[in-house]
Write a protein that binds this ligand. Sequence first.
Ligand SMILES: Cc1cc2nc3c(=O)[nH]c(=O)nc-3n(C[C@H](O)[C@H](O)[C@H](O)COP(=O)(O)OP(=O)(O)OC[C@H]3O[C@@H](n4cnc5c(N)ncnc54)[C@H](O)[C@@H]3O)c2cc1C
Length: 363
Amino acid sequence: MCEAGVILETLHHAADDAGLRFPLSLGGKGSATVGGLVATNAGGTQVLRHGSMRALVLGLEAVLPDGSVFDALTPLKKDNRGFDLKQLLIGSEGTLGIVTAATLKLEPAVAARSVVWAGLESIAAARELLLHCQAAEGDALEGFEVMPDHCLANVLRFLPDARAPLTGPHAWHALIELDTGATDADGLAARAEAMLTGAFEAGLIEDAAIAQNEAQAEAFWQLREMIAPAERAAGPAVQHDVSVPLASVPDFVDEAVPAVEAAFPHTRAVAFGHLGDGNVHFHVIAPPGVGGPAWQEGEGKAISRFVHDLVAKWRGSISAEHGIGQLKRDELRRLGDPVALALMGKVKAALDPLGIMNPGKLL
Ligand SMILES: Cc1cc2nc3c(=O)[nH]c(=O)nc-3n(C[C@H](O)[C@H](O)[C@H](O)COP(=O)(O)OP(=O)(O)OC[C@H]3O[C@@H](n4cnc5c(N)ncnc54)[C@H](O)[C@@H]3O)c2cc1C
């Protein structure tokens, strides 16, 4: 059981001390609290294997707007006493109650990991590679991230001491992590090599490198984690956190990137992130020399509507993991299913008739 104010990084250390791990991490781990992670149903780079907070919360305690305490902290694997009310609170962004504690799912510590960087000709090839890795390694596949070449180039400009993992040019890059517990640790490197050999033979990858030690593994991951800071340093952008059905990600990206750049001349669209979750961080960089609040409020908003319309066409979500908050509230109203929106309104009115919980957020 973990109190809501615990910082994610502290939770990681506590689990580590017990020979266990909490398999969810994100850039804000030094400040994000368990309560905030639950409230936003946070995700990150390990959702592919372990799920988002919804899958990791086994029990929950919350104070409801009328002051009563909802106590469902006991972790029951089977419990069919009607609605799963804790799931209603997870991802509700503080609009239904205040999370005070959670019982969280821990996993055995990782005994060995293999981190791979692969160069690919297209995002369609990345999707095929993901399927290949899943077939070859199944449950050991911990993460599968993708980025286009110009995204990596921007990170390398931002980090002058960093090196590209591969020598040749590749249109797309995939970062893959395999993790295993103590019983399979010795064979993991050979399994990673066999997985890559199969991918080469199937023509899925152009080149690949396996991190030879922990420092190199960290260096590969740093290239992924620095995408957002590198982009911020390069100039203003509008950011979208969208998802579409897994199989549609390549077609969505191949349609959306040129469509946005054609509709908004001199912008640059960047799609990267959690391919294995169907979750693309779709950022649109302002034209050179343009920016500031006027651009964000004018063309920036028009771009967001354009991107969200495309996402709706692909039957996706305008918020894969970052939540709605205030920023996307109007877009949710514009594009959300009216039946779902009405249901959310009824739940909110039933639990919080006075509207005292996080007014103006989400709904
Ligand atoms: C650098 C960085 C990287 C990130 N990367 C990712 C990522 O990869 N994937 C991802 O999913 N998210 C990511 N996030 C977002 C992250 O999940 C959330 O910011 C974080 O989990 C929220 O925790 P917090 O304690 O900071 O909450 P806050 O930001 O303080 O609050 C977030 C929302 O939750 C509500 N809330 C907070 N605590 C409670 C509580 N106890 N009970 C009820 N409601 C509450 C707040 O009212 C607010 O609406 C990132 C954030 C940062 C800063």
